[in-house]
Write a protein that binds this ligand. Structure first.
Ligand code: SF4
Length: 191
């Protein structure tokens, strides 16, 4: 027998009322009384690294492993919400395809080698210093007026910031870049 939408709603209401009278509401039956899977877990906050909005997220950890990431309702920016990219943060932390060690391929080589962070940071610093010294320009002649001006800038290197950096980190990074003479600074979130 076909029932109308109105009959369906009336029937549903009567069923709910009957359950409440009999003391068999959903809570009492145990259907809705599950325990939060994050209950008792260690939690900390972090900032989503994907864009300039800077949403905050809560990270739950169990036995040293991230088991849940969700929007931080205390954040005035996102108030607990996360966009689809932010909701995928968990997959950034737990992903078997994510590289967890430094892999280096020497110039001309077709092989990747595993390297330590100490070796890597020394190598980056050495190459930055070499590039900075080689491409540091002290003077430049202006094409319009033909005069030569002091410029003191590095033209062979650029620095790119990321949305995972907070204000203070961005401040330090830009100060560091300027102190070396870098003039080409950009931010991933602005691109
Ligand atoms: S990518 Fe989404 S969740 Fe992440 S900061 Fe931007 S808006 Fe927020």
């Amino acid at each position: 027998m076909a029932i109308t939408r109105r009959q369906f709603l009336i029937g549903g209401g009567l069923t709910a009322a009957g359950m409440a009278i009999n003391g068999k509401d959903a809570d009492a039956s145990g259907l809705d009384s599950f325990e939060l899977r994050t209950k008792g877990l260690k939690s900390t906050t972090t900032i989503c690294p994907f864009c300039a909005v800077g949403c905050s997220a809560i990270v739950h950890v169990k036995d040293g492993k991230i088991v849940n990431i969700e929007g931080d309702d205390q954040s005035p920016i996102n108030k607990g919400s996360l966009c689809s990219k932010g909701q995928a943060l968990f997959q950034v932390a737990n992903n078997e395809r994510r590289l967890q060690k430094v892999m280096y391929r020497a110039p001309g080589s077709d092989k990747w080698e595993e390297k330590s962070w100490d070796w890597t940071l020394d190598r980056i610093a050495k190459l930055m210093k070499e590039t900075r010294d080689r491409t540091f320009k002290t003077k430049e002649t202006n094409k319009k007026d033909g005069k030569t001006y002091t410029v003191n800038r590095v033209e062979g290197m650029a620095m790119l910031g990321g949305a995972g950096l907070d204000n203070e980190e961005c401040y330090l990074e830009s100060k560091f870049a300027r102190s070396t003479g870098l003039v080409n600074l950009e931010h991933q979130a602005r691109l």
